[in-house]
Ligand binder design. Structure first.
Ligand code: NAI
Length: 480
């Protein structure tokens, strides 16, 4: 019976292994992590991450052929295939700080695999890593190998949070990169056989190692670039009176472009896009390609511009000051159907408003108060380290309250900012909200979820990204 072990029980390791266990009942899957609170949560009724459909899969397999454990060494030593799905944060210090990937966790996982292994293993890169990481990992493993044969594969994960289970059931493609030697090809085939138990073989692509590593960075860069492109258009729409929804609909009807990922918003977030593009930029610079690096840099710059523009719209439309004004923040997760707040635009928007001394009342259906307070008090990139290495307790930010529903958050507020496209924000009783707010009452829709005209009829002054401006906002500068 094949034994799989995955190092890292996070947003990728947990769901991916749960689906492998479900689809491959003859394989034993162990997910290990250095964080005992995380493993305890995976073994409890309250899973550490929210993901539609995940709980059902875990409940079906846990204790049968899916196990969560902190005994990293035991499970790694027993496994035939070891997936590594640990954090790969942006470096904060030293060479490449602010851009390059910090491979500390990866390297320590590789050294541990070499230390505890007593039999041949296939080691699979699941984390998103810089191109040529496999080569470095291979060196660590083979220099410490004690006669054991390690084959390194790159198998980047393309799931999207919020739809992870469905993405894992029906992936657009599974990508496996390996060495083009007989042993390398055999290892690729072994992993292909695992996926082929539920993924059509024509969707399993096999490439060389570097193509697989670079494809993941390239895919995230292309996706983020679409968002920055439509967001750049949204600023032009506001300046000219065009409607960005109409523009992106017309553009997306072109079959060469396609309609997905063309929604204007307050900006992209999530743990991957910015980190992976910064990493790509660094790789381009290291390879003497400054023009290519600068091209991708602009994608991140436009994203920052969009968040900044949104904050400035809020402040400038409220008479150039939000000092001591209550502002409701609806949504804190980086997108709907996840509780993940890593790099969520809400952090920058809230910090921007706090910098102008606003009083914030925040509501998100899936994000805890503790998480929100941590996020607002953490330094850049601290969030992407294992939990036990992050600051212990969040500093209390007095200007922030976290509420249990949207009506409490908006009561007596001057403005409402919608920062996550949760479905429930489409169907709120906006008349009731309006009646309980200070006047003039503002709505700043960072996700284009509300019916702008309906809200204007109620009496709100509404700003929706990339839509024709309210008369109130027309003379206010978008960027101070
Ligand atoms: P995560 O932070 O949720 O999980 C990583 C886990 O690894 C943590 O629980 C941490 O405690 C553990 N860990 C770190 N070092 C360890 C070690 N030496 N031994 C055992 N456990 C260790 O991160 P997430 O989101 O699962 O991402 C993992 C990788 O997958 C990253 O490289 C990311 O870029 C990539 N990725 C993430 C996607 C996402 O949607 N979150 C999608 C595709 C790829």
């Amino acid at each position: 019976m094949v034994k799989i072990c995955c190092i890292g029980a996070g947003y990728v390791g947990g769901p991916t292994m749960a689906v492998i266990a479900l689809k491959c009942p003859k394989i034993t899957v162990s997910v290990v992590d250095i964080s005992s609170p995380r493993i305890n949560a995976w073994n409890s009724d309250q899973l550490p991450i929210y993901e539609p459909g995940l709980e059902e899969v875990v409940k079906k397999c846990r204790g049968v052929n899916l196990f969560f454990s902190t005994d990293v060494e035991k499970h790694v030593s027993e496994a035939d295939i070891v997936f590594v799905s640990v954090n790969t944060p942006t470096k904060t210090q030293g060479l490449g700080a602010g851009k390059a990937a910090d491979l500390t966790y990866w390297e320590s996982a590789a050294r541990m695999i070499a230390d505890v292994s007593k039999s041949d293993k296939i080691v699979v890169e699941k984390s998103t890593v810089p191109v040529k990481t496999a080569e470095a990992i291979e060196k660590i493993l083979t220099h410490n190998a004690k006669g054991i044969n390690f084959q390194i594969l790159s198998n980047p994960e393309f799931l999207a949070e919020g739809t992870a289970i469905n993405d894992l059931y029906n992936p657009d493609r599974v990508l496996i990169g390996g060495r083009e030697t007989p042993e390398g090809k055999k290892a690729v085939q072994t992993l292909k056989d695992v996926y082929a138990q539920w993924v059509p073989v024509d969707r399993i692509i096999c490439t060389n190692l570097w193509s697989a590593e670079l494809s993941k960075l390239a895919a995230n860069a292309f996706l983020a670039q679409r968002i920055s492109s439509v967001n750049a258009m949204s600023a032009l729409c506001e300046a000219t009176g065009a409607d960005v929804s109409q523009v992106s609909h017309a553009v997306g009807m072109d079959s060469r472009i396609g309609p997905k990922f063309l929604n204007a918003s307050v900006g992209f977030g999530g743990s991957c896009f910015q980190k992976d593009i910064l990493n790509l930029i660094y790789i381009c610079e290291c390879n003497g390609l400054p023009e290519v690096a600068n091209y991708w840099k602009q994608v991140v710059k436009v994203n920052d511009y969009q968040k900044c523009r949104f904050v400035n719209r809020i402040v400038s439309s409220m008479f150039n000051t939000v000092s001591n004004k209550k502002i409701a923040i609806l949504g804190f997760a980086f997108k709907k159907d996840t509780g993940d707040t890593r790099e969520t635009p809400a952090i920058d928007v809230c910090n921007g408003l706090l910098g102008d001394k606003a009083m914030l009342s925040i509501y998100d259906p899936e994000v805890s108060e503790e998480q929100i307070r941590r996020d607002l008090s953490m330094k850049k990139y601290e969030w992407d380290h294992p939990r036990h290495l992050q600051p212990i307790s969040p500093t209390d930010i007095k200007q922030v309250e976290v509420t249990s529903d949207a009506y409490k958050a908006t009561k007596d507020s001057h403005g409402v900012c919608i920062l996550t496209e949760w479905d429930e924000f489409r169907n709120l009783d906006y008349k009731k909200i309006f009646d309980n707010m200070q006047k003039p009452a503002f709505v700043f829709d960072g996700r284009n979820v509300v019916d702008t005209e309906e809200l204007r009829k109620i009496g709100f002054i509404v700003y929706s990204i990339g839509k024709p401006l309210d008369a109130w906002l027309k003379d206010m500068p978008a960027v101070a």
